[in-house]
Design a protein around this ligand. Structure first.
Ligand SMILES: Cc1cc2nc3c(=O)[nH]c(=O)nc-3n(C[C@H](O)[C@H](O)[C@H](O)COP(=O)(O)OP(=O)(O)OC[C@H]3O[C@@H](n4cnc5c(N)ncnc54)[C@H](O)[C@@H]3O)c2cc1C
Length: 342
């Protein structure tokens, strides 16, 4: 590990004044310390924001709810307002990692964690995402990689909370000492590798993610999230789905269907959403939506539909099942799926 200066901050202004080129923010440090230990992140200054109490807490308002960036995944997964009205988010945060990690890990850090591609995470491989020319995953070990929208790099979006927050149409508040606050929708937070391989999100080096705001769901909204992994716990998703249904009785007015570990940037499935709009939620419509998701048209790239790599065709089978089950779970037609990880 390289030598660095550690600065402990207790106020937002204090932390912002420490941010400059070479400094890196540390929240709980679950992701960051991994990267420092494997030599892929080498800060000259570590700005510890963990003790800024103003960045913690869940604040309901008539417009929705605002969650401080340092609120832990465990706090979100257990909060009564979130478990009842924003179930997709409490489920996503409650399925991430392990109970121990969820007690430490923060919402801001979860959204901004870097990709888990083993080539990117290894000091030995100088890949496209580190500013070099080559992606090793295309010809290498790619069983956990993308099946859609991948262009030049098939690493997948790692954040469970991002799946939920995209489905809920949430936005983040970014704060800088010089430019003040700006609001960025979750759909615009991440940078696709084809646009810029070495920039993972739109944060500038002098910005902190200070809060997440979620609009109040329309009347009749129900939601759910499910994560499928190789293990029941202690691992990222190999497929995850988030579903938000605006219902009139059993008829779906509007649906948001979001997929996590399918593509480099968390994505909606407009095709699956179109299948459900104006229809009752039944096993048949839920299955059709899951199937339609694999025919997904271009979002960030010109890629049409699912195009698995040499080792991940199983994901083309798994995502439709995950989406089908999550739709039925959101609609209250299925109990929690015991095969999904948590
Ligand atoms: C075994 C294991 C399994 C896991 N499984 C899952 C899973 O299923 N789903 C999932 O989503 N995650 C999973 N994770 C990842 C884990 O949830 C994240 O590492 C954690 O949420 C990061 O939060 P943190 O507070 O520790 O962030 P940190 O490690 O402190 O920070 C992460 C990144 O965000 C930046 N950052 C953090 N906060 C801010 C801020 N407020 N403003 C600006 N920049 C900031 C940091 O500079 C750093 O680059 C897993 C991790 C492990 C070890």
């Amino acid at each position: 590990m390289n030598q660095f200066v550690l600065v402990d901050c207790t106020t937002v202004d204090g932390a912002l004044s420490q941010l400059n080129d070479g400094s890196v923010v540390k929240a709980a440090g679950v992701d960051l310390l991994d990267r420092m230990k494997n030599g892929t992140t080498t800060p000259s200054r570590l700005v510890n924001i963990r003790n800024i109490s103003a960045l913690r807490g869940i604040h309901p308002s008539p417009q929705g709810v605002t969650i401080g960036a340092l609120t832990t995944l465990a706090e979100i997964s257990e909060h009564p307002l979130l478990t009842s009205q924003y179930t997709i988010l409490s489920d996503a945060c409650g399925s991430a990692a392990t109970p121990h990690i969820r007690n430490m890990a923060t919402l801001g850090g979860n959204l901004l964690q870097q990709l888990q591609c083993w080539y990117f995470r290894s000091e030995e491989y100088q890949c496209l995402r580190k500013g070099k020319d080559l992606c090793f995953a295309f010809a290498g070990l790619n069983q956990y990689h993308a099946i859609m929208d991948y262009g030049t790099c098939p690493s997948v979006a790692p954040s469970s909370s991002a799946v939920a927050l995209l489905g809920l149409n949430a936005s983040v508040e970014l704060t800088s000492a010089k430019r003040g606050k700006r609001t960025v929708a979750i759909k615009d937070l991440y940078v696709h590798p084809d646009a810029n391989p070495t920039k993972f999100n739109v944060l500038e080096p002098d910005e902190l993610l200070t809060a997440v705001t979620i609009p109040r769901p329309a009347a009749g909204t129900r939601s759910a999230y499910q994560k499928y992994g190789e293990k029941q716990s202690n691992d990222w998703a190999i497929a995850d789905a988030g579903v938000v249904l605006e219902m009139d009785g059993n008829v779906c007015r509007k649906a948001a269907i979001v997929m996590g570990a399918a593509s480099p940037v968390v994505r909606h499935s407009p095709e699956a959403e179109a299948v459900l709009a104006g229809k009752p939620i039944t096993e048949e419509t839920a299955r059709a939506a899951g199937k339609a998701a694999m025919q997904g048209g271009p979002l960030q790239t010109a890629m049409q539909g699912a195009q698995p790599l040499s080792m991940n065709a199983y994901k083309v089978q798994l995502f439709p099942v995950a989406i089908y089950r999550t739709i039925l779970l959101a609609a209250g037609q299925m109990g929690r799926d015991p095969s999904a990880a948590g």
